[in-house]
Design a protein around this ligand. Structure first.
Ligand code: RRO
Length: 309
């Protein structure tokens, strides 16, 4: 079996990649994903200026997943763009994802205009779902703001663009969000970011320092929510908008389920943080074994084909 895939007009040797925020802070981490079995990588969400993020400890692994309140630490737009432009020369046959968001609407437009004017020829992922910057709401929970933002963006942004979404939890919200996204020439949506503002307690105490312990939840806890979001949007979106599935992927079986729900690419966050880039080879082999056993040769053979009762 092959786990090749495509997003827009770009082909990828493998459907697995990191989730933004994990193994993507600097050239060292991105280089490790580049040289792993992953099909591509996405950078840590970049802001115009570098940020040190929230006070530590700000990431904590649990048996069933993780909680984080990193607060958007990143090396700044120019750092990631320089690396991406360098890779376009050294790896002209490959395509990478650039994750971005501004600390304000004006900053978001400034960032996207810089991408538009640059030689970057990869895919941009606009993060509409960071749950961890005190005082800044998750943009995509406000669909009026989101629609206005996308309207303004697509007036000047002509390169491939997708959005990273928070999980939604109500059928009406799936309907309303899909109606907004269907108005735009998005290349993809990515479901889901961490479930925002959970609270993990161990030994009578919270486990991370920012926000008195509140943080985004990832890992095994969130797979049913992630699958529901992938499939709800798969059912509702124009087929030209592809779906990246993220959330609760520990095994090849988890990835198989994301693809059954409609994912064209699968991202790995908490498991990559726990296991390192060797996770890509293990999970790819597990998915291929499932496909071989079922007689599926490509992911197109089962993508979106989850059975109903
Ligand atoms: O940096 C973070 O705190 C962070 C971000 Br930007 C995000 O989108 N999702 C997340 O779980 N953490």
């Amino acid at each position: 079996a092959t786990t090749k895939t495509h997003i827009g007009n770009f082909e990828f040797e493998n459907c697995f990649m990191n989730a933004a925020g994990v193994y993507c802070y600097d050239r060292n981490e991105l280089g490790q994903v580049l040289n792993s079995q992953a099909g591509t990588f996405v950078t840590k969400t970049a802001t115009l200026q570098s940020r040190s993020g929230n006070p530590e400890p700000r990431y904590h692994d649990t048996v069933l997943g993780s909680i984080n309140s990193m607060g958007l630490p990143n090396l700044g737009f120019d750092y990631y763009l320089d690396y991406l432009l360098e890779l376009q020369k050294t790896h002209p046959d490959r395509t990478f994802f650039f994750s971005l968001v501004g600390m304000s609407t004006e900053d978001t437009h400034a960032l996207l205009k810089k991408v538009q004017e640059s030689d970057f020829n990869g895919i941009t992922e606009l993060n509409l779902s960071c749950p961890n910057v005190p005082g800044k709401p998750q943009i995509a929970y406000d669909l009026e703001t989101t629609e206005k933002l996308l309207t303004d963006i697509f007036s000047y942004f002509k390169k491939p663009l997708g959005v990273k979404l928070p999980p939604y939890f109500d059928i009406v919200h799936f309907d309303q969000a899909a109606t907004v996204f269907n108005k735009f020439p998005l290349t993809f949506i990515n479901c889901v970011n961490s479930i925002g503002n959970g609270l993990v307690i161990e030994d009578e105490s919270v486990v991370i320092k920012p926000k008195n312990g509140f943080g985004g939840i990832g890992g095994e806890y969130i797979k049913p929510t992630a699958l529901a979001n992938v499939h709800a949007f798969y059912q509702r979106l124009n087929p030209s908008i592809q779906i990246i599935g993220t959330g609760g992927v520990l095994t090849g079986q988890d990835a198989f389920e994301h693809i059954l729900c409609g994912a064209s690419m699968v991202q790995i966050g908490t498991t990559l943080h726990k296991e390192g880039p060797a996770a890509f080879e293990r999970i790819t082999n597990e998915l291929k074994a499932i496909m071989d056993k079922k007689g599926y040769k490509t992911i197109e053979d089962f993508k979106g084909k989850v059975k109903y009762l």
